[in-house]
Design a protein around this ligand. Structure first.
Ligand code: BGC
Length: 767
């Protein structure tokens, strides 16, 4: 595919010229969403070339039957799939009976633009059909932020060199499939296909999970901006309904169809009210009208940007990239619904099934916490709180007891969906990320009440897990954790992964520390929690013992914690000696060769040092960075950001910038040649982290907000906004110094390079 075809622009993603090879990649890149639903940028009109159709409804999934070779006890029965939902965007176009299909006609002046400032997708082109007739097409589409069950399309056709009949065929199609279905099964059952006047609805339900979804459309038409009414013909089948509107159009005149569509679904409405709910929303949208809806969309996005924008001067590609990442994160999760989460591909593809990984707690929460109201991050924490019973069941299935919880590696509803033993059973570090996120949230927002109200139960259940998962080694007279996979998935079934052991110890200490705080300040809550969890002193003593006697592999020779026992037995050959032709190793090498090698997929020991940076001095961070980074292949998109942040911390700006570049335009420039499958949504949060925590040096340890701003040589300046405890703080950095402003009523104390600075309302703090 032609990489680098996206035209640099500050606020838009632009593609010019039609290239069939780029269609599936662009369908991912130009995806739109509003948190409740999202869709790939498929064309409205039929396209007979290669395309990957995708429209998704937040939270709606299907438990596809698992496909594994050797079934192992404890495997989940199914793999939850984000579901391709019925298509409501379709509008076929016939010109004097001839179908418009960009795969078969001559296309010129093709331009596609994703306007990120306002959340709009535009497409325009001239098509010459086989008989020589030329039409100009303009299409604008968006998914409303204000009315999140509604999307709108304005699709206009102008005959350029003829007068003739133009027919629009808007349709709903529930006969859709998932490309990644394991057994080519159809996941939907169609219950009802209804039409009335200019509206149509298809009520369908997912098999097994029984999510009910009503997909609707409602149309209005205009000729040269004057509303017109045309009689329609209806074509209805078991899974599809189409309306046909045709009229004679003079050369130069513009025939437009406005199509309002979307979904109402059973997570938000009673099943029997779905059609009515969908109808109500679409009627509302069409009465408000496209232009007003569009204005509301612009306003809504401008508001989102007020607290989340990052401005980079002097590097337009970097500017475009960071806005793209921020835009996609906002399209994926809007923050209001604690039943939804951030899938690694968001609403842009099927891969990775499931919705929620540790990516949310480890990478995404800081982004949402700093750019939105604190209720957003709280909702993400509540998602896990509400799934605690399932996490306890998951642990029980594996033999744990007494309310120990193991959160799943991949989930939709709290149940584990992943089934590769080395991940499902062994990549248990994810459990620690749940607790890290709680600590991070409380530190940043100051909302300690979250812990007695919700967090403590999760903290206790996870502490129970770690205590039971640790084994006492007589030989070492210490506790060890055997048979795990760390974040570096290129090592499986290792003993004493430093990161996992460290997190386990920290989680146990954190649990004890918070129980003490509750004892002092939240006695009634503590009593309730003890009664609910049957917590007893013996357990607390065990937690203390395990945390105090946790073993960490360490090399005196290299002055570093070892990634796991035996790490130094490997051939320590740096990636600089790995031929280019052999990378990425996950595509070029056998799995056993990868496992035996020293190569590290993503930050592992360094992930721990990043999370708990305040517990290690700079020299330790530097030694570990210098030891591990040369063996790291960064074959997870989550890897470069952590390295970029740590490189800034130890004053390695060039390395930091190199790492930053690997995350920032990963999808826009399709580094891994896989963007057609969907975008890397969760790693986009990593790009944001690379700027705010990396270059900006923002940290929130010990109830303090601190910064250590630096700037890449190539940039003239950059600035970002964050929402800190209700104050909108703006940090501006150029090569001269840095400035802070505060848009709130109250002063905010921060540390800048270790010095205390008070940022008062509407005053500039220049340093
Ligand atoms: C990474 C995991 C991550 C997952 C989903 C994998 O490649 O190794 O750490 O959770 O992708 O993003």
């Amino acid at each position: 595919m032609n990489q680098n075809y996206i035209i640099p622009n500050e606020w838009s993603i632009i593609e010019e010229g039609f290239d069939k090879e780029s269609v599936t990649a662009s369908e991912s890149i130009f995806s739109i969403g509003n948190g409740a639903m999202g869709q790939r940028a498929n064309f409205e009109e039929d396209y007979s070339g290669e395309t990957f159709q995708g429209s998704y409804v937040g939270g709606v999934y299907y438990p596809d039957k698992t496909r594994v070779g050797w079934w192992k006890n404890g495997y989940p029965e199914y793999f939850a799939k984000v579901l391709n939902a019925p298509n409501w965007i379709g509008i076929n176009v016939n010109i004097n009976g001839e179908a418009l299909d960009l795969n078969t006609c001559k296309v010129s002046g093709f331009k596609r633009e994703l306007n990120m400032k306002h959340g709009l997708l535009h497409r325009s082109f001239i098509a010459e059909l086989k008989g020589g007739k030329q039409i100009k097409v303009n299409a604008t589409r968006f998914l409303s932020i204000d009315f999140n069950e509604v999307g709108a399309i304005k699709y206009s056709v102008t005959p350029i060199n003829f007068t003739g009949e133009i027919e629009f065929i808007p349709y709903l199609d529930a006969g859709i499939v998932n490309e990644d279905s394991n057994y080519d099964e159809f996941f939907w059952e169609i219950l009802q296909v209804e039409e009335e006047k200019n509206e149509a609805y298809i009520l369908s339900k997912t098999l097994k999970t029984e999510f009910h979804v009503c997909t609707g459309m409602r149309m209005t038409l205009s000729l040269n901006d004057d509303d017109i009414h045309l009689e329609k013909e209806v074509e209805k089948s078991e899974k599809k309904i189409a309306f046909k509107y045709k009229t004679e159009v003079d050369q130069g005149d513009t025939f437009t169809i406005y199509k309002y569509g979307g979904y109402s679904q059973s997570m938000n409405h009673a099943n029997e009210e779905l059609i009515f709910a969908c109808e109500k929303e679409l009627q509302k949208a069409s009465i408000i009208g496209f232009e007003v809806l569009l204005q509301k969309q612009k306003d809504a996005w401008e508001k989102i940007w007020e607290t989340s924008d990052i401005v980079i001067e002097g590097d337009i590609k970097a500017q475009q990239a960071i806005r793209f990442n921020i835009f996609q994160l906002n399209q994926t999760y809007s923050g209001e619904d604690s039943r939804l989460n951030i899938g690694p591909k968001g609403f842009t593809g099927e891969k990775y099934g499931g919705s929620t990984y540790w990516d949310t707690e480890a990478y995404c929460i800081p982004f949402y916490m700093s750019t939105k109201d604190k209720s957003t991050a709280k909702n993400l924490l509540l998602y896990r709180y509400n799934q605690l019973d399932r996490a306890i069941e998951n642990a029980e299935k594996l033999g744990f007891k007494n309310g120990a919880a193991l959160y799943p590696m991949v989930t939709m509803n709290g149940e584990e969906c992943h089934n590769e033993w080395e991940i499902t059973f062994e990549e248990i570090h994810r459990n620690g990320a749940m607790i890290y996120a709680i600590d991070n949230y409380v530190n940043y927002t100051g909302d300690y009440d979250y812990i007695p109200a919700f967090g403590m139960e999760v903290i206790i259940a996870v502490a129970r897990f770690w205590q039971q998962r640790a084994t006492f080694s007589k030989a070492k007279d210490q506790y060890v954790i055997l048979g795990v996979t760390g974040p570096n998935e290129y090592e499986n079934n290792v003993n004493n992964n430093f990161y996992t052991n460290y997190l386990a110890k920290w989680c146990l200490e954190f649990a004890l520390k918070n129980l003490d705080i509750l004892k002092e300040k939240y006695q009634a809550d503590l009593e309730r929690i003890i009664a609910k969890t049957n917590l007893n002193q013996l357990e607390l003593d065990q937690w203390k013992e395990v945390s105090e006697k946790m073993y960490f592999p360490y090399s005196k020779e290299h002055n570093v914690y070892l990634q796991q026992d035996g790490f130094l037995d490997k051939q320590l050959i740096p990636t600089s000696e790995l031929p280019r032709s052999e990378r990425p190793i996950n595509q070029k090498w056998s799995w056993d060769r990868i496992l035996r090698s020293v190569y590290i997929k993503q930050a592992d020991v360094l992930q721990g040092l990043y999370f708990f940076e305040n517990k290690f001095d700079d020299k330790i961070i530097e030694d570990h960075f210098d030891f591990y980074e040369p063996f790291t292949v960064h074959e997870s998109s989550l890897s470069p950001c952590v390295h970029s942040i740590l490189a800034c911390k130890i004053d390695r700006m060039e390395k930091a910038y190199e790492m930053y570049l690997r995350t920032a335009r990963l999808d826009l420039d399709d580094y891994n040649n896989e963007v057609h499958e969907g975008l890397h949504i969760t790693s986009m949060a990593g790009t944001w982290l690379s700027i705010v925590q990396g270059f900006g040096g923002m940290r929130n340890f010990d109830d303090k907000l601190s910064f250590a701003p630096q700037i890449p040589k190539k940039w003239k300046s950059y600035s970002f906004n964050i929402n800190y405890r209700g104050a909108i703080l703006k940090m501006y950095k150029d090569h001269e110094g840095c400035k802070f402003t505060n848009e709130s009523e109250a002063s905010v104390d921060i540390l800048v390079h270790g010095e205390k600075v008070t940022v008062s309302p509407n005053e500039l703090a220049a340093l």
